[in-house]
Design a binder for this molecule. Structure first.
Ligand code: IVH
Length: 693
């Protein structure tokens, strides 16, 4: 019940304190990504505020955190005339365009050959909005509209937790308009689409569309249920405050007022600096938590901006350097399946060729059957194809409206297209596998290549093409068959000159003298990387002991867990595999005796040595840094997987880091990687790399 009595001073004070604290915690959580209290504690403060406001409705103000939950639905949005028009940017697509932009700026400023200082930042792929603060309180928010007049979406914007409802006390200028972009983080977009699937509702095509649809709801309660966020990139009108003299200082100023701003912003000199920034952000693009469609360069000094002025509706002092589009629509012509070395069956989309992410794409991985079902893909569908950075192209979503009447559902084959063996899916596994083992030509080819690689027994000259020919001609079935090849069989192969045949035979012969770890690794036992192979060799000393070891005995080996132990046991329980090992020994593949070493394998000796092959191998001897949250596995698991592949995992980014794996909400390590130009992989890229092993 509301009380009629005037609120005592202590209620007024408590209310002000709660509002201040809640907004501070909000900022820590939504802008800084550094939660300062537990969710429970936050709820307690929030409900205390709610209760006080109900008791004293006269004290309820528009800037209260309780006003973020959405209000009554509107009939229509108000028209809002922008005090300062919201302009757009000119676009650049090539180095030449950027050189011209820089030249025009230098000429406009009469600078001759002197370099201009530019502020660079990402170009957010969302919706432009303007936020009006009067004496530090958020009073109105509007979309860009036609640049002069936009739509008043104040209530909807209030639901966005990263937009401050009130500015810190020292920032109570008479008027401040903040310009920026509303968008949806990728992880929030994925969660939203998961919810849409669960509710049997339509999927959003991309974060931008989801953000646009969410912001333009007449019912702000609907917007409140959508995870939107905001980044500031400039200002409009200001009254009663001294504005900094450069764009970079302006961004720092906005940040100090608790507005979220891009972390990836840089001050650079001249055209070389612009080019470098474009490269760096291009590399980090796929790992950023949100979509960007380019970068924006702005002459840093405001006095220079003013001199340059505007041309028609765009500034002369700024330009957007666009990235190649990452998404395109095309038609799903069919779904084939591919068989990997360990029999994993991967469905592959055959697409009508389409130009996306800078190349023509005609195939895209569909990962597994589950994924096809989740995305509700049918052959004949029009689909959105995405190729972000160097990531393997993937089918992002289907455009259901365009589904033809004769579309076909995908059915996972029950028999392997390569060898006709049964395809099975073990309980609890998402991956279907061909049971053919080395009978399956696809697996056989992969197994032979694995056996012959430099890090295994090292047969120089035995590459993809040759293996393909040898298997297709039915000359080689197992690695042991390689040692039975003669000059005649090889010379019969197409495009095989006698000299190459002789050379190949010599390297096959040479590969007979190997080491136990290399031989073990070469057998291609699932989960056994070079490091584990070395550990096994040192622990057991000889091959027979490993082949006969029980799971319990295997578990005694350094870093061997139940999954790895099972995998080794299963491999050697298979008579066919034992037979291949025997044949290889019969062909005189040998290795020097290994000194048994129990306990922890010494790192120094085990550390992989760099060689030409290691440079090609994305894992062996490479240093990785993990940052952010991975969805598919825990950090520890990722570390284990990397170490099993002979990679090093380090806690901090330096020039020596080869790759940074950036999961969701990656923080300062990602920034550091971008700064140092270290290659950044997002989770999808990392998984794609792992899947090749
Ligand atoms: S500055 C005077 N900076 O790109 C123009 N715009 O085509 C001021 N955008 O509508 C814009 N990220 O919505 C600027 N870092 C950024 C941006 C950015 C995205 C959008 C903005 C604008 C469009 C310009």
């Amino acid at each position: 019940m509301a009380s009629d009595a005037a609120a005592p001073e202590q209620v007024i004070n408590r209310l002000a304190q709660l509002k201040r604290e809640l907004e501070q915690h909000n900022h820590s959580y939504y802008v800084l990504d550094l939660p300062t209290i537990t969710d429970g504690e936050w709820d307690r403060l929030f409900h205390e505020l709610l209760a006080l406001e109900m008791q004293h409705p006269e004290l309820l103000t528009q800037d209260s955190p309780t006003q973020r939950v959405g209000g009554k639905p509107l009939d229509a949005f108000d028209e809002v005339t922008h005090r300062v028009p919201m302009l757009s940017l000119g676009n650049a697509f090539s180095d030449g365009d950027i050189e011209n932009f820089d030249r025009r700026c230098r000429e406009g400023l009469d600078l001759g050959d002197a370099e201009i200082e530019y502020a660079c930042e990402p170009k957010f792929d969302g919706l432009a909005i303007s936020l009006t603060y009067v004496r530090g309180v958020f009073v109105q928010g509007a979309t860009r509209g036609d640049g002069a007049v936009g739509e008043g979406v104040t209530e909807n914007l209030k639901t966005i937790r990263s937009i401050p409802l009130v500015l810190p006390e020292q920032c109570r200028q008479a008027l401040l308009e903040v310009r920026g972009e509303v968008l949806m983080l990728r992880r929030d977009f994925d969660k939203l689409n998961d919810r849409q699937v669960a509710k049997n509702e339509k999927l959003f095509v991309n974060p931008r569309n989801a953000a646009a649809g969410s912001l333009r709801q007449l019912d702000s309660k609907l917007t409140a249920a959508r995870p939107l966020t905001f980044f500031a990139y400039g200002i409009g009108a200001v009254e009663g405050a001294a504005v900094p003299s450069t764009h970079s200082a302006l961004m720092d100023w906005l940040e100090s007022m608790r507005f979220p701003v891009a972390r990836q912003r840089s001050i650079v000199q001249g055209v070389a600096g612009l080019r470098d920034f474009y490269q760096r952000i291009g590399q980090a693009r796929a790992a950023l938590p949100y979509d960007i469609d380019g970068v924006v360069y702005k002459v840093n000094r405001f006095d220079q901006q003013q001199t340059l002025g505007f041309v028609s509706r765009a500034p002369r002092f700024a330009i957007a350097h666009k990235f190649p589009a990452e998404e395109a629509t095309t038609v799903l012509l069919g779904i084939d399946v591919q068989v990997g070395r360990t029999g994993a069956i991967t469905p592959v989309a055959r697409l009508q060729p389409v130009f996306v992410g800078g190349t023509t794409v005609s195939n895209a991985t569909l990962h597994n059957e589950e994924e096809i079902r989740r995305k509700d893909l049918r052959i004949g569908d029009t689909v959105v194809v995405r190729r972000a950075g160097d990531v393997i192209p993937e089918v992002a979503t289907v455009i259901i409206e365009k589904r033809p009447a004769n579309s076909l559902a995908f059915v996972m084959p029950t028999r392997c297209p390569e060898c006709d063996s049964a395809i099975v899916k073990l309980e609890g596994e998402v991956i279907a596998r061909c049971t053919g083992g080395l009978i399956c030509p696809a697996q056989r080819k992969q197994a032979l290549l694995h056996y012959a690689q430099r890090r295994a027994v090292d047969i120089e000259g035995l590459g993809d093409k040759l293996v393909e020919q040898l298997v297709d001609a039915d000359v080689v079935h197992t690695p042991a068959d390689l040692y039975r090849l003669g000059i005649t069989a090889l010379s019969n192969l197409e495009r095989m000159a006698e000299k190459s045949a002789t050379n190949l035979l010599a390297s096959i012969e040479k590969s007979k003298r190997t080491t136990l770890p290399k031989f073990l690794f070469g057998l291609g036992i699932r989960q056994i990387g070079e490091t584990t192979a070395k550990d096994l060799a040192k622990h057991f000393g000889n091959l027979d002991a490993i082949m006969d070891a029980s799971v319990e005995q295997l578990l005694e080996v350094h870093d061997v867990g139940p999954v790895v132990a099972q995998s080794i046991r299963q491999f050697f329980d298979e008579p066919h595999n034992r037979e291949v090992v025997e044949q290889l020994r019969a062909c005189k593949v040998t290795w020097p005796e290994v000194q048994i070493e129990h306990g922890r394998a010494s790192q120094g000796e085990n550390a992989p040595v760099g060689n030409a092959d290691a440079d090609l191998d994305p894992f062996n001897g490479k240093t990785f840094v993990l940052t952010g949250t991975l969805e598919a596995m825990s950090r520890d698991e990722a570390k284990d997987r990397l170490e099993a592949l002979s990679a090093k995992v380090s806690g901090s980014v330096s020039k020596k880091t080869d790759f940074v794996i950036a999961g969701a909400e990656a923080g300062s390590k990602l920034d550091r990687a971008v700064e140092l130009g270290v290659a950044v992989l997002d989770e999808a890229e990392f998984l794609a790399l792992l899947a090749q092993r």
